[in-house]
Structures are given as structure tokens and as C-alpha cells.
Ligand binder design. Structure first.
Ligand code: SAM
Ligand code: SF4
Length: 496
């Protein structure tokens, strides 16, 4: 038996699936979901407003209510829904956009997902795992040249990138501090996108400073899932993946920020949107809190993955924006991520439908941040990017539109995670509270990394934010301003 095969046989802990099942069933009932979509009536304008009022109170919708919203096609009512989605985003997250960069650590994989360039059958893929020195160099580029504070570390599923490698790579990243003119640049939050793990392993990740743990179900439709993830591979176990977040949120792991997602384009988006809501509801009821983030990857071309072009379910731009809006309305408290898979135009628009987080300066080739390669390296990356804007350009674009880019990573370091952050989000207080840290970190980034043009535009947004804090939070202003002055003099990584 090869090392890989032996490793694969030890991965899945059946008892860590069975404990969550109800009468032997998982929480995705395909027939019931379709039945609800097909039998929901087209709601009247008054009924839509009633549902929107519930979303605006930051309450999770019921599947029946979401099914009704899915049926809406009247352009005026859709526009009312979009306006409500933006209002919710502003109520919960204010005018902040959180940025991060993906860091691909290795492209070895024991799975054979029909849509992914890393699948083991893709023999043209140049396989590589970053060494400790290479991880250090990648981090130096991200934190010292571009100015990222937050990354999502991405791993294929393979014994070479198992739990010990993941934990070790996180330690290496956190250890890097790049001296700058005024202070230092470093990565302060590592989110992890990796295969489903057992509870014991997840505790280990928490102990080395995990931010959010992300696993996307890809498709919640059982039959499609089985078709795209060949039997006999680890990933073919639908339920091991479906309950990854339940395991992560077991009290003994210490993790309470989890990210769910769907790879849009694999199956009918209406079904997937309903299923995401069922996932959030099951987490809320069994584990006490729903997802910290929902991600919206959309199928992109990948080398030697022809399924991408064959799928009958590819999602149009118009439907993609509708999907984002529906999730903002259905799970109003959650953070929402649209990555650079999408074009700059779609990403600019998506913010007005409720998106809160975006990556920038992204490179998907293993080792490509430190190699300073301008071109995308198709033979060692997972798929092709749509938005290749650098962080400086993205910050400038958003500043022109009145949004502030937040580099705040205080959350998990000062206990503002899980239930605590959810209560703040639901009450709409998080937006106000985090504004202070957003301003501090934005000032820090403008001083350390911005081009002159971006700095000038960014400072205008910053001054407006400072005036707003003075007006709305006069008691807290003095303490806040003290921190701001310390940042301006060169102190780094301060948060309230
Ligand atoms: N290997 C781990 C897993 O599958 O969970 C994590 C890393 S995987 C590289 C991260 C995500 O990339 C997957 O969950 C999937 O949603 C997404 N992905 C795979 N192929 C893609 C494609 N062709 N276009 C867009 N996203 C894709
Ligand atoms: Fe491997 Fe993840 Fe790609 Fe599937 S999506 S082939 S599990 S890296």
C-alpha cells in the first residue's frame, strides 16, 4: 500500500459524522428543497417588504421565505431587495471592505475533483509544496511589499500538507516581521482553506492562531456531488465534508469562526442558495452560531478540467449578483467573500449587493509572490484569475466610491469572535465598533504602503471617517484619537 493510500484510509472518523445525523439523515433533503422552490408562490410587493423587514432586523430567514424571494423577477421589486441588501451590509458592516490575499502552500492532492486544476489526474500540473524558507519569502512579499495583514492559506489534500505541515506553516507565517521605514509589516490573521479535518486536528489549528476555517461544500446536491467527486477518493464522502464546520465548532476545539461556500456553476444556483441557508440554520441550532463568512466562488477555467466548460449550470453575471443579494437577505449577519476569480467590474458591483470581503494582488501559482512573476502560471495554479488589480489600486478604487479598506485583524486576538461577534453583528453595533480599528489600520497602511495618488484619495475618506467618529461617539473619541496619533508617529498593530 502506498503512503498516500495508507494515509487516506485513516482520515475519516465515522463517529464524527454520525453524531450529527437525525434518523440517519443529514440536513440537506434534496427533494424537500426542490419541493419548496417549486411550490413557493410569487410574492406580492407587500409580502416581499414584510420579509425584507425581517432581514433588516438581522434575523435569519426561513427556507420558505427565501424560496419566495427566489421567485421574484419584477425589476422594481428586485431593486428594492438590492437596496435592502446594501442597507443591511451598511448596518452590520458599515462602509468597510476587508481585504486579504490567498497564499497557496501546495498543489499535491489525493482527490480528483472534475473542476479543479489540482486534481491528481492532471499530470501537466507541476506539483510543489512550499518549504519553510519559501513560506518565509512569500510572507515577506505579502506583508513587506504589498502590505497585507490577513491571508487565507490554501492547501491541497495530501499527506505532504497534513495537519503538522499546516500548523507549522502557520507558525512560520506569524513569525515573519518585515522592518519598514516606520515600523514593521506582518500577517496578523491566517484563515485556512483546507480539506475537512477531525476535531482533534482542528483544536491544533486553533492553538496556533487560526482565524477562520473555510471548507466549501462545492455543491450540496447529493447526486451532483457524487458525480463530480469520484468514488473511492477522500472527497467523495459528502457527509465528512458537510459536517466539517460542526466538528470545528465543538467546544473542545476553541474555534468559532467558520466559513462555508458553494462553487457556483456545478448545480442549479436556486438549490445551492437554499442549501447554504439550511447549513447556516443547522449550525445555529446545533452549534449555537452560524457561519462567520459565506464565499461565492464561481466556476473558472482550469487546465485539464473540461467539466468547467461542459457544466449546464454555469451562472450568468446577473444571476450571480442575485445569489449574493439573496444570501445577504437570508443570512444577514454573515460576512460575504467574492474573490479575484471575478472581474474587477463584477466585484465593484457586488459591494452594492452586500459583499464585505475581497482579496487583492492575488497570485495563485505556488511560490509566485516572491518570484515576482507578472504572468499567471497556468501549469501550477488552480484556475485563472479575473481581477488582477493590485492592493493599492483596489484600495484607491474603493476609496473613490467612499468605502474604507479595513486591515483590522483584532477580532480573534481580543475575543471578538463567535457568539460575541455574532451578537454585535446582529445588534448592528459591530459596524460602529470596528470602524475605529478600521481607521487605525487604514492610516497605518496608507503611511506604509500607499502610492501618493492612493494616499491622497485615501486620506480624504479617512478624514470623513474621523469626523463621523467625533460626531457619533464623542465619549470614545479622545481615546481613539490618542491611538491614531500613536499610529501616525509610527507605532504599529494597535487596536481598541
Ligand atoms: N483542497 C481543499 C478543498 O478542496 O477543500 C481546499 C483547497 S481548494 C484549492 C479551494 C477551493 O477552490 C475549493 O473548495 C473550490 O471551491 C475552489 N475551486 C476549485 N476549482 C475551481 C475552479 N475551477 N474555479 C473556481 N474555484 C475552484
Ligand atoms: Fe484537491 Fe481541493 Fe482541488 Fe479537489 S478542489 S482537487 S480537493 S485541491
Amino acid at each position: 500500500m502506498s503512503v498516500e493510500t495508507a494515509w487516506v484510509t485513516t482520515r475519516i472518523k465515522q463517529n464524527q459524522i454520525d453524531k450529527y445525523l437525525e434518523n440517519g439523515r443529514d440536513f440537506i433533503n434534496d427533494e424537500a428543497i426542490w419541493d419548496r422552490i417549486n411550490t413557493a408562490g410569487v410574492p406580492s410587493a407587500a409580502r416581499v417588504r414584510e420579509i425584507l423587514a425581517k432581514s433588516l432586523e438581522i434575523k435569519t430567514l426561513s427556507p420558505g421565505e427565501l424560496a419566495e424571494l427566489i421567485r421574484v423577477s419584477d425589476p422594481d421589486i428586485l431593486e428594492e431587495m438590492r437596496a435592502a441588501a446594501l442597507k443591511i451590509k451598511l448596518k452590520v458592516y458599515d462602509n468597510r471592505i476587508v481585504t486579504f490575499a490567498p497564499l497557496y502552500m501546495g498543489n499535491y492532492c489525493v482527490n480528483n475533483c472534475a473542476y479543479c486544476g489540482f486534481k491528481y489526474e492532471n499530470i501537466t500540473q507541476k506539483r510543489r509544496v512550499l518549504s519553510t524558507d519559501e513560506i518565509r519569502r512569500e510572507t515577506e512579499s505579502l506583508a513587506g511589499k504589498i502590505g497585507h495583514k490577513r491571508i487565507v492559506a490554501v492547501y491541497g489534500e495530501h499527506p505532504l500538507t497534513g495537519i503538522d505541515y499546516i500548523a507549522g506553516s502557520m507558525r512560520t507565517i506569524y513569525d515573519v516581521k518585515v522592518p519598514l521605514e516606520k515600523g514593521f509589516g506582518n500577517i496578523r490573521r491566517i484563515n485556512v482553506n483546507a480539506a475537512p479535518m477531525a476535531t482533534e486536528e482542528l483544536k491544533h489549528l486553533h492553538d496556533v492562531g487560526l482565524g477562520t476555517y473555510q471548507v466549501f461544500q462545492e455543491t450540496y446536491h447529493h447526486e451532483t456531488y457524487a458525480k463530480l467527486h469520484p468514488g473511492g477518493t477522500l472527497k467523495s464522502d459528502y457527509r465528512w465534508r458537510l459536517y466539517a464546520m460542526h466538528r470545528a465548532m465543538e467546544p473542545e476545539t476553541g474555534i468559532d469562526d467558520v466559513g462555508i461556500g458553494v462553487l457556483f456553476g456545478l448545480y442549479d444556483w436556486r438549490f445551492e442558495v437554499m442549501a447554504l441557508l439550511h447549513h447556516a440554520i443547522d449550525l445555529e441550532s446545533k452549534m449555537g452560531i452560524g457561519p462567520h463568512t459565506v464565499s461565492f466562488p464561481r466556476l473558472e477555467p482550469a487546465l485539464n478540467a473540461p467539466y468547467v466548460f461542459q457544466s449546464p449550470y454555469r451562472v450568468s453575471d446577473r444571476d450571480f449578483l442575485k445569489v449574493i443579494m439573496l444570501i445577504r437577505l437570508a443570512i444577514p449577519y454573515t460576512g460575504m467573500i467574492v474573490t479575484a476569480r471575478e472581474t474587477a467590474d463584477i466585484r465593484r458591483e457586488a459591494v452594492y449587493y452586500g459583499v464585505t470581503q475581497m482579496d487583492a494582488s492575488s497570485k495563485l501559482g505556488i511560490g509566485s509572490y516572491s518570484e515576482d512573476s507578472e504572468t499567471q502560471q497556468q501549469d501550477r495554479q488552480q484556475f485563472i484569475l479575473g481581477d488582477t488589480r493590485g492592493l493599492d489600486e483596489l484600495v484607491r478604487d474603493f476609496a473613490k466610491a467612499g468605502f474604507i479598506t479595513s486591515f483590522c485583524t483584532a477580532g480573534y486576538r481580543c475575543g471578538r469572535t463567535g457568539k460575541c461577534i455574532m451578537d454585535l453583528l446582529r445588534s448592528g453595533k459591530e459596524g460602529k465598533f470596528c470602524k475605529l480599528n478600521a481607521v487605525l489600520t487604514f492610516q497605518e497602511w496608507l503611511d506604509d504602503f500607499a502610492t501618493d495618488e492612493t494616499r491622497e484619495i485615501g486620506m480624504k475618506v479617512l478624514e470623513k471617517e474621523i469626523a463621523e467618529i467625533r460626531e457619533k461617539n464623542p465619549q470614545g473619541f479622545r481615546a481613539f484619537y490618542g491611538f491614531l496619533e500613536r499610529v501616525r508617529k509610527g507605532e504599529r498593530d494597535l487596536f481598541l
